[in-house]
Design a protein around this ligand. Structure first.
Ligand SMILES: Nc1ncnc2c1ncn2[C@@H]1O[C@H](COP(=O)(O)OP(=O)(O)OP(=O)(O)O)[C@@H](O)[C@H]1O
Ligand SMILES: [Mg+2]
Length: 263
């Protein structure tokens, strides 16, 4: 299968007052079409930098980022993004917040079609009946659902999620994991999920990439055999325990707490 996203030998340093800060140093990631890769790694190792490279918001010093067979040179409308803190505009209704990207990036949809699509997405994530509410009238989990709809409104090929569930309590987070599976089934996308939550990574992704500490390289890659209809119970199987063990160990290596097992 052709890889939709390819990151080859990417190196990047930010210039700071104290001189260059190397952040990425040998990143290799490949995501096939329809694949869902989770990226985990120590805080500050360069995960959000990686999302900016895929989205074309910045260019790496060295190496290549490819999207659908084309070198990424700038931002694209085929990439949707959602972040830890959903920035929704308080003076707009939830429906109008979801429609916002279509006002910025041209789309083929008529006004009516766009609105129908926004309503469909809101219903898909369980927000039917909240279309006319303001963001402050919604809970944190509901706001994150709305922000997911906004990221999906222009049917992006690639969905980048940078710790979207990080600020939510455990139960709300698990609800959203299940919603994500439902969304992916109805609205197929190729996904990159940045997370600190190893259970989240194995529940949602079909491959987990562990980055080393800064400057980050691809340290370890774990394939997760996908269950057709995953449930939260799957997180309590011996297979899941084994996957979590491997990942926990790799994170310790990345944090420099042990060198055993490092690539
Ligand atoms: N625009 C910038 N200019 C200079 N340094 C930056 C810039 N953006 C990020 N950095 C630095 O680069 C490093 C990596 O940042 P990045 O946000 O990619 O890490 P991260 O892995 O997403 O961290 P976290 O897990 O805390 O979200 C950090 O040390 C950060 O301070
Ligand atoms: Mg980050």
């Amino acid at each position: 299968m052709e890889n939709l996203i390819e990151i080859k030998g990417v190196r990047h340093a930010y210039s700071t007052d104290a001189g260059p800060l190397p952040v990425l140093d040998g990143l290799e990631i490949a995501v096939p079409e329809g694949g869902f890769v989770a990226v985990v790694g120590p805080s500050g190792c360069g995960k959000s930098t990686l999302t900016r490279l895929i989205a074309g918001l910045m260019k790496p010093d060295h190496g290549e980022v490819w999207l659908h067979g084309e070198r990424v040179k700038g931002p694209r409308s085929t990439v949707g993004m959602a972040f830890q803190n959903p920035v929704l505009l308080e003076w707009r209704s939830i429906l109008k917040n979801v429609l916002l990207p279509l006002e910025i990036v041209p789309s083929k949809l008529s006004k009516k079609e766009a609105e129908d699509r926004a309503r469909f997405l809101l219903a898909l994530v369980g927000l039917e009946g909240f279309e006319d509410k303001r963001p402050s009238e919604l809970s944190g989990g509901m706001r994150q659902r709305a922000s997911l709809c906004r990221a999906l409104i222009h049917q992006p090929e690639v969905l980048i999620l940078d710790e979207p569930f990080g600020a939510l309590d455990a139960f709300t987070r698990e609800d959203l994991w299940q919603t994500m599976h439902k969304v992916k089934e109805r609205e197929p996308f190729t996904g990159v999920l940045i997370t600190h939550d190893l259970r989240e990574s194995i529940f949602l992704a079909d491959q987990v990439v562990v980055l080393s500490g800064r400057p980050a390289k691809t340290q370890y890659v774990l394939d997760i055999p996908r269950n057709a209809a995953p449930t939260l119970d799957d997180l309590y199987t011996p297979e899941a325990a084994e996957q979590l063990n491997i990942l926990r160990h790799q994170i310790q290596v990345a944090q420099g707490r042990t060198t055993e097992g490092a690539a």
